[in-house]
Design a protein around this ligand. Structure first.
Ligand SMILES: [Zn+2]
Length: 310
């Protein structure tokens, strides 16, 4: 699902995180067989209370005021904003919540939120890495507080480490955060020794991979490390931080995944989801900056989700 106002988040000329990303996804889906199995929904902006389930009220106000002020960027220079960015950010968070609603009420077997700005770098009190609100962290909290879901497993396969999501749940044993990412690479976090703290020790699992990694590297790590962790955790819902910038054609990453590898990773997770939580998967768009590769990769991701729901 997406909302056309997400395209009004204007990051300026030459910025890789641009409105055309959503158009490219539309173009790669509409008219293809997979689209006959999809319902396209329009989200509402997330209620303030859900944004503030992850972010501080001060930060929420800062983002609203900074966007409307026309300052041009929030916190870090790479996170460009425009007057419409606040509404787009509330819609992107709202799309993640609506995706959770669809799956947890049983109206959909799986859901994909194709909204922007992305979220996984956004910290509780700071914007960074093109992200304003942490959509997936907000969605995880919402699933817990609104639907009583006890254990949420987040798999983040964006080529960059989801530092904001990790930070949100680093001391939280009810949300397992697992990330595949290129390392060393932006934002620099995500070492294998970062595993959680206190009684959440062991509910963060980082799989740092060198540039040049391919599907078999992901597959062997999934089978030997992720799947056992997932089985031991026995989630009631699986969320995917679905970035497509680990594609070999992506300008912002050095990992060499192909279109079809995103379908394969989806199937690995679906198998686990069927074992533990009735196949319930909510996938939320993060990065992916080569428009053609992004469109095709999202299509294989959705084809796998559709096939897994049948
Ligand atoms: Zn990324």
């Amino acid at each position: 699902m997406h909302h056309c106002d997400c395209a009004r988040h204007d990051t300026g000329p030459g910025h890789p995180e641009r409105a055309e990303r959503l158009t490219a996804i539309d173009r790669a889906i509409v008219g293809y067989p997979v689209s006959q199995h999809l319902r396209f929904l329009r989200p509402e902006p997330a209620d303030h209370c859900w944004i503030e389930a992850i972010h501080t009220p001060d930060y929420h106000r800062y983002i609203e005021e900074t966007c409307l002020s026309g300052k041009g960027f929030a916190d870090t220079g790479d996170t460009h904003i425009s007057p419409d960015s606040y509404r787009a950010a509330c819609l992107a968070a709202g799309a993640a919540l609506r995706a959770v609603d669809e799956v947890l009420t049983g109206r959909a077997a799986a859901a994909f939120s194709a909204a922007r700005p992305p979220g996984h770098h956004a910290r509780t009190e700071a914007a960074m890495g093109f992200c304003l609100f942490n959509n997936i962290a907000i969605a995880a909290r919402y699933a817990q507080l609104e639907y009583g879901i006890r254990r949420v497993f987040i798999l983040d396969w964006d080529v960059h480490h989801g530092n904001g999501t990790q930070e949100a749940f680093y001391a939280e044993p009810s949300v397992f955060f697992c990330s595949f990412h290129q390392h060393p690479h932006y934002p620099g976090t995500g070492a294998a020794w970062e595993t959680g703290t206190g009684n959440a020790k062991g509910t963060t699992l980082n799989i740092p991979l060198p540039a040049g990694s391919i599907r078999s590297d992901y597959q062997s790590a999934f089978e030997s490390r992720v799947q056992p962790a997932l089985d031991a955790f026995a989630p009631e819902l699986i969320l995917i931080s679905a970035g497509f910038d680990a594609h070999r054609d992506d300008p912002l990453g050095g990992v060499l995944l192909e279109d079809e590898d995103f379908g394969a990773m989806t199937r690995w997770l679906l198998e686990s989801a069927h074992r533990h939580c009735g196949g319930r998967i909510v996938s939320i768009l993060e990065g992916g900056y080569n428009l053609d590769a992004l469109g095709r990769s999202v299509r294989t991701h959705l084809e796998a989700l559709v096939a897994g729901a049948e």
